[in-house]
Each structure stands twice: as C-alpha cells, then as structure tokens.
Design a protein around this ligand. Structure first.
Ligand SMILES: [Zn+2]
Length: 337
C-alpha cells in the first residue's frame, strides 16, 4: 500500500501543485458563434437551441466535486485572509491556479479583494498554450462548476474575435483545461451575478499581450470589465530557490512594467542559474496582458498581496515546488484624474 501512497503523492504533485504536462494537443477548431443547426419545434417554428455548456473538467481533482465541501473549503480560505485594503479601484488581478490544497489559500487573497470590486464581466486568462495565435477564446454559452453555471459573455467573445484575427475560438483547447475553471468557484461563492470571458493565451510575447489588452479595452465598450490573470509562478526549483526567484519576480511585477517583467522571466529561464526551473510563470501572457490592460484602464500600481509555494503545505515536497502569488492592479483613489 505504501507504493500506492507514493504514486498518489507524486500524481498529486505533478497534476495539482502546478500545471499538467502538455499532452497530445488537439487541432485548433475555428468555431463560429451561433452557426450550429437550430432544431425545429413541433409547430415547425425554430426552437431556442439548448445552451452549449462546458462541463467541469477538474472537479473532484483540483477541488471538491461536492458543492457543500467546495463551498466550505473556499469559505474557510477566505475567512483566513486578513483584512486587506486595495487602496483604490481594482481593474485587474492575478491569482494562482493549482489544486486548492496547494494554492487555494493564496488565491483567496485575490478573491477576497475581488469580492469588493464591481464588474459585469470578468476576463480570465489562463495558460500560455505556446501555439500560433494571440489567444484562444471558448465559444460556449456557459462554464459549469459544482456551484452552478457561469454565463459566457458571448457578445464580448465575438467582439474580441472581430478585433484581431489572432484571437480565435477553440472549444477543444478549453475542454480539459483547469486554469480558467478553478477561478470560477471562488467567484461564485458570494452569489454575485457576472459573466466570464474564458481565454487561454497563445505565444506569450509582449506584442501579443498588447494586442489582447487593446482588444479587451475595445470589446468592453460600456461594460465594467475585470481582467484576472490565472497563473502560477516558478515551476520545480527547490523551496529556497523558489522563494528567492518568485520574490524577485514579484518585485519586478510591482514595477508595473511589462517589458521589464518579460525580460526578467526570459532572462532567468534562459540563464540556467536556478536548478530545475521549467518556467518562472506558466501563464505569463495573461500577466503581461493584465499589466498592459491595467495601465490603459488608469491603474497606477500593483499591490502584491501574498506569496507561498507548494513547499509550504503539509503534503508539499520542499525539493521541487511550484510558486503562487496574489496581486491586484489598482487605480489609486488619490490618482483618479
Ligand atoms: Zn500553470
């Protein structure tokens, strides 16, 4: 039985502490919104088509599948967050996306502050897919979790696609992905009404981040929009190295300069200075986009809320960790001009 226990721990770390290994990736499908066949009703009139729902992919793995257990777990995380003051209007945010047992407490810092923010639609940007596009949107009507369905802002999805041909619809790439999904229950527990725009980033370059940020600004129109970058930090250095590198990365993030963050991440990833480093940030495209978007939305600073890594939780292995940071991008109350 000891062997099975070991396998479970290894699997848990590999799958839940950070990102899943990229498997065989499905071909991109360019699915156009609303072009499916419409079933005819009994009277011959066209019936309203059933909503296309993206079911949960990682319930029972990354977080509990029981609505009660899930709600209780999130509420316990939120209750343990100390009083926070963003010091102004939050226009974008960053939260980790590992299994809740690893990163849920850090994510709760961001989500506790998001509960105080006002928005109609939240754009959640998950993993860098490293595939030839700016970003991949998901052409469905709703994302489902054990806490219910979150409607997708299809109007905004269509506007994003219309803005730039590099923003493409791809239902398949979203089907088994966890980085957007794991943020939703945190947003659902408060009972607030909101829509989501689920996005996976393509190739994380500064140009692509600027395109996506401009597209979000353009597609938002008069809506109140929040941007949430769903990312973990360093992957697989030792506990000590991760603490050093991730805190340096958060310092650079605090400088609120996408160019410097990009240079810092690519520099450290290519230098070989940090042993067993696969990436410094697995969804850097979303964070670069959040910086670019927040700047044009009037934000003037980044507030880092907390940091921890998988070595900080009892089941974590300090020899090989994944880092988690929480931050918000804020338009200061005093600098509102
Ligand atoms: Zn990740």
């Amino acid at each position: 039985m000891r062997g099975i226990g070991m396998i479970t721990v290894v699997l848990a770390l590999g799958l839940l502490a950070g990102c899943r290994a990229r498997g065989g990736e499905p071909e991109t499908q360019h699915v156009k919104a609303g072009t499916g066949p419409v079933p005819a009703g009994e009277s011959g009139k066209q019936a309203t088509p059933a909503p296309v729902v993206r079911p949960p992919a990682v319930a029972g793995g990354f977080y509990p599948s029981s609505p009660k257990a899930l709600r209780e777990m999130i509420e316990a995380f939120l209750a343990r967050v100390p009083d926070l003051d963003a010091g102004g209007q939050i226009v974008a945010a960053m939260a980790p996306h590992a299994g809740y047992v690893y990163s849920g407490q850090v994510a709760a810092y961001t989500h506790r502050l998001l509960q105080t923010a006002s928005f109609d639609t939240i754009v959640i940007i998950g993993h860098d897919a490293y595939r030839g596009a700016v970003a991949f949107v998901c052409p469905v009507d709703a994302f489902e979790t054990p806490l219910g369905r979150v409607p997708v802002d299809r109007d905004m999805v269509a506007r994003l696609q219309a803005y730039h041909r590099g923003i493409v619809a791809d239902r398949a790439i979203h089907a088994r992905e966890h980085t957007v999904e794991v943020q939703l229950p945190f947003l659902q527990v408060s009972g607030r009404k909101f829509k989501v725009v689920p996005i996976l980033f393509g190739v994380p370059t500064l140009d692509n981040a600027r395109i996506l940020a401009s597209a979000i600004r353009d597609a938002a129109g008069d809506k109140k929009v929040m941007v949430l970058a769903s990312t973990d930090m360093s992957h697989y250095p030792t506990y000590e190295d991760a603490n050093k590198l991730d805190r340096a990365t958060l310092d650079v993030l605090s400088g609120f300069d996408s160019r410097k963050l990009f240079a810092h991440l690519r520099g450290v990833e290519s230098s070989g200075r940090v042993g067993n480093l696969k990436t410094g940030m697995c969804a850097s495209g979303g964070v670069l986009t959040a910086i670019e978007y927040a700047r044009t939305a009037g934000a003037d600073r980044v507030k880092v809320l907390t940091y921890a890594n998988s070595g900080d939780v009892p089941v974590g292995d300090k020899g090989r960790v994944v880092g988690y940071g929480a931050a918000v991008f804020v338009k200061s109350a005093r600098g509102a001009d």
